[in-house]
Design a protein around this ligand. Structure first.
Ligand code: ISE
Length: 335
């Protein structure tokens, strides 16, 4: 059985997903693609043996589309996810699930009304070997209970311009999700400190920024986000626990310091830092769809939680205040 995927959006990430689904992942093919740029859609369709659909709805409702991959611009995700839910089609929706917590909640409510999970959100770091090794360290025999997490997230450049709100909803949203996942707790407050503007930071925007969050039990989580770092792409995460420290970064999956010993595990970086995470995310999604088993990646609820935190972070940036984060009760579908 092959899962035939319809791809909405053939920009960088949509094309990379198409290549994985058509050539690397087992059990999938790309049957239909749509992009607002029809020439680009034709090119990608030609490369991966798919046909081009004239509209998003034509992709979602096509008989030869078993599942949908939403890789359109961020602000379109929620509306397209709602159309896919109405059609009863499972989907991998790129992050963020939505821009704005109200839009994200509408998607959650529609999925709850449908009665079954259809959505996996593309928080691919949950499949990353480095983050998984880091999570494995947060045990009594590893580094103990996490107390403070320091995250570094640097993009080489901001090719589409730089808006601080977008830094929070598109970039730092990864940290909102991965830190909830890493420590297994909800985040309860956020502050955003604007840094000194670099030469490439537009007037009125902040880059770099420092985001300081706290979790339910008081774990401190800091995120240094820098969109225009120029020197390259880099993601690091350092967790200090009650009996040690684990670090992912500097080209290593994890450097562990415990019991007065420091050791490093090196990855084989071959396709970009998260290539393996993207591949594993897609393979897991396709395997779940084929077996009818649970979706193992981030749920629509996780996407909603990240959207709520992003909105509170935007408020914290605007007001300069520490803002509380509250989530309503989680619907049973996600428990
Ligand atoms: C991009 O959209 C991603 O998802 C990358 O993982 C992230 O590092 C980057 O900052 C985002 O712009």
């Amino acid at each position: 059985m092959t899962i035939r995927v319809g791809i909405i959006g053939t920009g960088n990430i949509g094309t990379s997903h198409a290549a994985n689904l058509a050539r690397v992942v087992s059990g999938s093919s790309v049957s239909v693609v749509f992009d607002a740029d029809a020439a680009r859609a034709r090119e990608v369709a030609g490369d991966f043996g798919a046909r081009v659909a004239p509209t998003v709805i034509d992709v979602i409702e096509a008989d030869d589309v078993d599942a949908v991959l939403i890789a359109s611009p961020d602000a379109m995700h929620a509306e397209q996810a709602l159309i896919a839910i109405a059609a009863g089609k499972p989907m991998l929706c790129e992050k963020p699930l939505a821009v704005g917590d109200v839009n994200a909640r509408n998607v959650v409510d529609a999925e709850v009304a449908f009665g079954r999970r259809l959505i996996q959100v593309g928080f691919m770091r949950r499949f990353d070997p480095g983050y998984n090794r880091l999570k494995a360290e947060l045990t009594a025999s590893g580094i103990g209970e996490p107390l403070i997490v320091h995250n570094v997230h640097r993009n080489t450049s901001a090719p589409y311009g730089l808006r601080t709100e977008q830094t929070l909803t598109n970039m730092v949203t990864h940290e909102f999700d991965i830190n909830r996942w890493l420590i297994g707790e909800e985040l309860t407050s956020v502050m955003v400190l604007p840094g000194k503007r670099g030469p490439l930071t537009p007037e009125g925007e902040s880059d770099p920024i420092l985001v300081v969050l706290q979790s339910q039990t008081g774990v401190l989580i800091e995120v240094e986000a820098f969109c225009n770092a120029q020197y390259g792409y880099e993601v690091q995460c350092r967790v200090t626990g009650s009996r040690g420290q684990a670090v992912m970064g500097d080209g290593a999956w994890v450097t562990r310091s415990a019991d007065f010993v420091r050791g490093t595990e090196l990855p084989e970086l071959w396709l970009g830092r998260f290539a393996e995470a993207y591949r594993m995310q897609l393979q897991s999604w396709i395997d779940s769809l084929k077996s009818g088993g649970p979706l193992l990646g981030a749920s629509a609820w996780d996407g909603y939680a990240a959207a709520v935190i992003s909105d509170r972070a935007i408020e914290a940036h605007r007001t300069g205040r520490r803002v509380d984060i509250e989530l309503p009760a989680k619907p049973p579908l996600y428990c």
